[in-house]
Design a protein around this ligand. Structure first.
Ligand SMILES: [Zn+2]
Ligand SMILES: [Zn+2]
Length: 416
């Protein structure tokens, strides 16, 4: 899918280059016509220079229509097809399409962006340039303090995913100073895959799991497991000290009876292509790079694959509230296409001991088809803190990571 986009952009470049060769420079000392029009309207202007057949340009179309319809009193939105009107491309020095140019009310160019540019990014840029687009445009959501605190007792909250701990699946990892309580062996394997240089024998010896039938904690490595699937096709794991109890439960609820080592193989079979954590594909974002398909353990990790592999990717994420599909394509580290164009990202953050904002971890990040869905999702998560960012910002945050930062991304205690 990347090839046609590239070709179109290169084709566009060829056209503009060809135009540059063919056309004579402007002789007129007059102001360009576009500038006069802006001054007359006394409004700032967004000028998008593209072509009706270029893929990222087509993705811009609904955004431009939206801006034209809803922000006509704040700024002018104009589109020029530079394949049909090459002189305009030349006049504005456009080399790659689409290019967006932001003019102030005096017609002076204030900012220029190349490639697909999402609605929230455009509005954000206008805010930066001092144009009031906030109020009715839906300013980005920011939540610095919980609406209501999380009052669950600590031992009932999974250290890793923050989910409720079901006593029948309780998993405990012994630490040097304290023990960490996890909601399931699955969260243990995610935890395990987050530890740099983890040695299975050493790490496994610290883990105990609840006996699903008899209650009480038993050493994880010596237990027998019933590995089944729930109604949504996600794996379920039940631990037993007694093999006969596992067989009995198998009669009742189906699944395979397996050892810890077999369970480890299944659990670690699929890893996040960005941070290497274990994931269930059902919970993950699908990422396509070249002919390969992989997974990102969260929406932000899925964009990180572009940074880690230095490759163009296609992400298929699900809206955190409704599960609706959100598609993102990247081109040279920028967003090339976004569907729907209204999609936004939530960057969950919390304050660390030094009072700095840090990522609240993969389990709390998400994409949403629009801000309304994000708001509804937040309404049901009163303890959540963080801020709304654009998908482009989420990608940019990953693209600026150094190889060293990528190498330790999301490893326990180092996720920033
Ligand atoms: Zn958990
Ligand atoms: Zn990840």
């Amino acid at each position: 899918m990347n090839t046609p986009v590239r070709i179109l952009i290169l084709a566009a470049l060829a056209v503009v280059v060809a135009v540059a060769v063919v056309l004579k420079p402007r002789q007129s000392p007059d102001e360009p016509a576009a500038v006069s029009a802006i001054a007359a309207a006394n409004l700032p202007k967004l000028l998008d220079l593209g072509a009706d057949k270029c893929v990222p340009c087509k993705m811009m179309k609904p955004i431009l229509d939206d801006l034209k319809a809803n922000y006509a009193d704040r700024f002018i939105t104009e589109f020029i097809d530079v394949w049909k009107n090459p002189a305009a491309g030349k006049q504005h020095g456009v080399e790659i399409i689409p290019t967006q140019i932001f003019f102030d009310a005096d017609g002076k160019e204030r900012f220029r962006h190349i490639g697909f540019y999402g609605k929230e990014d455009i509005l954000g840029k206008w805010r930066e340039l001092g144009v009031a687009v906030g109020a009715d445009g839906g300013a980005a959501i920011a939540r610095e303090a919980p609406v209501a605190p999380d009052v669950r007792p600590r031992e009932q909250v999974c250290f890793l995913c923050d989910g409720d701990v079901n006593p029948q699946k309780r998993t405990v990892v012994k630490g040097d100073t304290e023990q960490r309580i996890l909601c399931s062996p699955h969260c243990y394997f995610i935890y395990f895959s987050s530890i740099v240089g983890a040695e299975p024998k050493i790490e496994d010896a610290k883990v105990s799991v609840a006996d699903w039938a008899a209650g009480g904690l038993i050493p994880a490595a010596g237990a027998t497991y019933l590995y089944g699937l729930d109604a949504q096709g996600r794996p379920t794991i039940k631990a037993f000290a007694d093999k006969a109890a596992a067989a009995k439960e198998q009669q009742a609820s189906a699944g395979n009876v397996v050892t810890w080592d077999v369970l480890r193989g299944k659990e670690l079979a699929t890893r996040c292509a960005f941070c290497d954590r274990a994931v269930y594909p059902e919970d993950a974002c699908a990422v396509k790079f070249g002919a390969t398909r992989g997974y990102g353990c969260c929406t932000h990790c899925s964009l990180g694959v572009a940074a880690r592999l230095k490759q163009d990717i296609e992400v298929e994420a699900k809206d955190g509230l409704t599960g609706e599909v959100i598609r993102v394509k990247t081109l040279d580290g920028q967003i090339a296409a976004l569907e729907p164009a209204t999609a936004v990202a939530w960057f969950a953050q919390k304050k660390n001991a030094e009072g700095q904002w840090v990522s609240a971890g993969c389990f709390k990040q998400g994409f949403f088809v629009d801000q309304t869905n994000l708001q509804k999702w937040l309404d049901s998560r009163p303890a959540m803190t963080g801020r709304q960012i654009t998908i482009a910002q989420a990608l940019a945050d990953k693209m600026k990571l150094s190889p060293e930062q990528i190498a330790k991304a999301c490893k326990l205690g180092e996720c920033k």
